[in-house]
Design a binder for this molecule. Sequence first.
Ligand code: CUA
Length: 273
Amino acid sequence: MKGTRRTVVIVAFLALVTVAAVPTVAVASVTDQVISRLNRQLLYLAVPIAVLVEAILAYTVWRFRDNDEPEPTKENRQLEITWTIATAIVLLFVGTASFYVLAQPTVSTVLDERNGDTGDVEPGGAPADAVEVHVNAEQWQFTFEYPDENVTTSNALVLPEDRTAYLYITSEDVIHSFHVPDLDWKQDAIPGQYNLLRTEPTEEGEYRLYCAELCGPGHPEMLSTVRVVDQEAYEAWLENPEAAPNETAGNETAGNESSPNASTIGSATGGEP
Ligand code: CUA
């Protein structure tokens, strides 16, 4: 039995070393921050449990390899109570930690307090110091409208670093999904309604924007770019939004000619498909 205990201690130590060695990735947005933290917490919990279970299994197989007359396990109430409580604690932790992240306004869409009972989200709710952008998805491109700045573009979603962004996401035709994996941003684009993604990019750079909902033959090419720049570069860009610093956005090829809504680009306020 002493040997077993020593094995458990060694395994637990190895598990901790493994977890400590997991590299911490740079955080690119406040949304990324809470999701990555949850991911790490669950990893800290899951890795030692997985290692412990596998170690007990391996030990048991080795220890009883020549046992020709195995005895059935006798009832052990204490053991049963222990593993029931331990499992309940683990599940409670996973549930609470996940729900806490899911309830964050930077992760889930926020109900609109201005619309009382229904809570329907409507554009125009961003505070004065935040950037408000209406993201319009249609077959098969994204269009970004900055109502306060009178700018509409399909080239890229340009956002200033370290400033809150209110992204009101909707669709002109079918259901699309606004997904930027490197920023941990994901929100459905649904015709006739707005979903709000309230977030803040914290790391300058270029991030690929994908449509993450199968929306027709042009779906694989429904890509765009999120460019996070400093405040100065953002203001310069607002002056001349079409002079994109890179030519690789690739949105021009995303089937504009065949789009029935090409003429309505920029009419973000309609909402009805
Ligand atoms: Cu839009 Cu897939």
